[in-house]
Design a protein. Sequence first.
Length: 397
Amino acid sequence: MTKNSLLQTSLLFVVTLILVMSLSILSNRIWGGKPEQLQQVKKPQVELEMTISQFGQVNELPNSVLKEIFELKAKSDLEKKLNEYGTPGQISDKVMKKLALASEHGSKNWIKIPVKFGLWFVFLATIYFLLRKRKVTPRLRKWLLSISLLLFGVVMGSDPNPMGTIKDAIHLYGTTHAIFPPRLIALAIFLAIVFLANKYICAWGCQAGTLQELIFRINQTDTQKAVIGKHLKLPFVLTNTVRFIFLCVFTLVVFTWGIDIIEPIDPFKIYKPGYLGISGGIFLGALFLASLFLYRPWCQLFCPFGFVGWLVEKTSLVKISVNYETCINCQKCVTACPTTVMDALLRRDKKTIPDCFACYTCRDICPTDSIHFSIRNRTFPPVDFFTKRHKDPAISK
Ligand code: SF4
Ligand code: SF4
């Protein structure tokens, strides 16, 4: 590693983060006002002897909201007693559900969301075409990742995103028992993309994923070597266990205390720096620094969508597979793969296959075109495959 390349990589890393944050602040100002994140709904004060009108005054709820919550027909209904509407627990539940859904609806930008999904489809389809045509060079990969994070993160904002659809759905249900249908539709679309083509949405469309990947690729030469330090590959059993425990703890804490432990350290807040606290800033700084050496640390170790997507990935139609008739066991794909998945895919000796982020690095590096990203089923290597000598067609020519 030369002094120059070290300086260049460090500078690129810092400039990328500064650019993302400063442009995001600008973009948030242009789009204006909408918080685009879950608001905490306070538990209302309920006494059964109160009239609805008194209940509204105590909890600062306008008559229009009361009318909707209690389905009032006439103004005189405001004088009805709360005890006609159930127990304090039932009333409190009903009010919180309605308020949570109203606040969810009000916090979203309903023009931006469909436009963003439309752009996602066009962008992902374009990348798929480029990848199939083998046009994605290491340099172009960095540009595509930059365009993706600029478009879907900086310009279109942090919401919606694959992780948020799961995290916020658990939080909303855990704290208010409410279900917000538009979020479930978004989640279904993201999971449908995983069902169609592996972690394709994570690879090329997710705002936090593409930023981590860009940082990882910034610290990589065209021959897949790290510029600074070393690239690490953690064992999948470790990363997946941490990710699963994190999801369980998150869910437990939400359902028990109503606290969202991801919120302060949410990596998507890099596109909403105004909402980032000190602990979040420190965590994200460490996370993005770690991305230089570890492929997508958030995705591998913490992301709830990463875990759920990994489960759905088992049924993906289009996926990476190896053709053992032409493969020469040169192991180039295993070395080039940023995680341990290609090793598991090539060997087929483990029951659990790690996440494949559909980055195509393995396919691009294969000298015999033996790796496919297609609908074909994965086969197993012949028994003597790893012991016999394979002829390299490039050498035998
Ligand atoms: S796993 Fe990574 S890329 Fe996928 S949703 Fe989570 S943060 Fe985004
Ligand atoms: S290199 Fe291949 S196996 Fe590894 S994550 Fe990328 S697409 Fe999947």
